[in-house]
Design a protein around this ligand. Structure first.
Ligand SMILES: [Zn+2]
Ligand SMILES: [Zn+2]
Length: 148
């Protein structure tokens, strides 16, 4: 599945179902399931912006309460538009419309630029959320322990 890396606290706000738009300077023809990867950086100005504009959103109080550096959940990329009426939309960007947010167990993995493919075992094709039947873990970024 495709993955999009998003800085915290934005990634949290998406997966918890508050933020229905992701603003990007670029777009893609891809539509459908999208895993959300929480990046390693924390956007403190973004944290303050959410607190000021959406005081009802129950954001964790501390940076340490967020996940960093891994997959945290999944959404549907429904469409990409300009000037979406959502309050999360920024006019100068492409507004990626997101639906059906689903929180998933945190899975550490490296983020990349643009859309990227989720880590997949090069031998058996298993992934973080579809591990081998008897369980497995990553011994290399693209090799699981069942295939060594
Ligand atoms: Zn494998
Ligand atoms: Zn495996």
């Amino acid at each position: 599945m495709k993955v999009l890396s998003v800085q915290q606290p934005w990634a949290w706000a998406i997966i918890e179902g508050f933020k229905d738009i992701e603003n990007r300077s670029w777009q893609t023809s891809y539509r459908g399931g999208l895993l959300i990867h929480a990046g390693k950086k924390f956007d403190l100005a973004g944290y303050d912006w959410i607190r000021d504009n959406f005081p009802m959103v129950p954001m964790p109080a501390n940076k340490g309460d967020f996940y960093f550096g891994g997959l945290i959940g999944m959404v549907d990329l429904l469409d990409i538009v300009k000037n979406d009426p959502s309050r999360w939309a920024e006019a100068e960007y492409f507004n990626w419309k997101l639906g059906a947010p689903e929180r998933l167990p945190f899975m550490p993995c490296r983020g990349k630029l643009n859309l990227f493919e989720e880590p997949t075992c090069r031998v058996c094709g298993c992934t973080s959320y579809h591990a081998c039947l008897d369980g497995c873990y990553w011994v290399e970024p693209d090799l699981c322990s069942a295939c060594v």
